[in-house]
Write a protein of this length. Structure first.
Length: 266
């Protein structure tokens, strides 16, 4: 795609998540189109439990930060340590950032970057109301991060990179901002079969974390092209259970799965 097409994709994604940010939390679905028939409407905590979050994690975050978005629990696989600086790509209302903030402690820092102004405002409000001093939220595109080079210990992201029209640039930027020895710990969607043409070309499907997904092979190659080593892309078969609800009746789980993606900057 050219730059104009890329910007059209970004704007479409931004508009979708603007609507999620300003709607009532109880109506938010997982990373899929909002539909009353979807089981995603049963409650955000139920959704998040399916994604791998514990009851304790769900109980300690600020109200309104968990929108039931995502396809996994990236901060749960990031091995976050006290005093580290963590970056969340596509931080939304701050859910994973607030969980990471508990792990880095008072001497650490968590930075969330999101392209949707309404999401950033919501996350900042959540942080202010709940007294988080070690978390900040910045408006920006994950392809062009508002982050100084070599300042981040670990990058987390939850079902966001698949939304980007330039994933290679996202990984280049991730590599740039990580310190030597820094790590990626990402939950995202991968394709396991060729998507039907009508889904692949649909912007709504892309904004719903479906049609923009890459294959395992493609992701590994992009990460290595950016300089990462110890690359792991591990699809999770059990994710088919919640993915089938994203587009009821479409058997979308025959084509995509959630995956754990890890890599290290040498």
């Amino acid at each position: 795609m050219n730059q104009v097409q890329n910007d059209e994709v970004r704007q479409h994604v931004r508009n979708r998540y603007k609507q999620i940010a300003i709607q009532d939390v109880s109506n938010a679905s997982c990373c899929s189109p909002s539909t009353s028939s979807s089981s995603c409407c049963d409650g955000v905590n139920e959704i998040s439990s399916k994604l791998g979050y514990s009851d304790e994690e769900l109980s300690i975050v600020p109200e309104g930060s968990n929108l039931g978005l995502g396809c996994g629990n990236p901060q749960g696989i990031a091995s976050i340590k006290d005093g580290e600086t963590i970056l969340d790509l596509g931080s939304g209302a701050g859910f994973d950032c607030f969980l990471a903030a508990k792990q880095v402690g008072d001497t650490g820092k968590v930075i969330g970057v999101d392209t949707t102004p309404e999401m950033v405002s919501r996350a900042r409000n959540n942080a202010t109301k709940n007294g988080y001093k070690n978390v900040e939220f910045r408006l920006g595109e994950i392809e062009y991060l508002p982050i100084q080079s070599e300042t981040i210990n670990a990058i987390i992201s939850n079902c966001v990179i698949n939304l980007s029209p330039d994933k290679q640039q996202v990984f280049h930027e991730a590599f740039r901002v990580l310190k030597s020895g820094g790590r990626l710990a990402i939950s995202d969607i991968v394709t396991t079969a060729e998507l039907p043409a009508e889904i692949k070309s649909d912007l709504d499907s892309l904004a719903s974390c479906i049609s923009g997904a890459s294959t395992v092979k493609e992701l590994k190659e992009m990460l290595r092209q950016s300089g990462f080593v110890e690359v792991i892309v591990e699809p999770k078969d059990e994710s088919r259970e919640f993915i089938k609800d994203w587009v009821p009746g479409a058997n979308i789980n025959d084509y995509i799965q959630a995956s754990i993606i890890k890599a290290i900057k040498p």
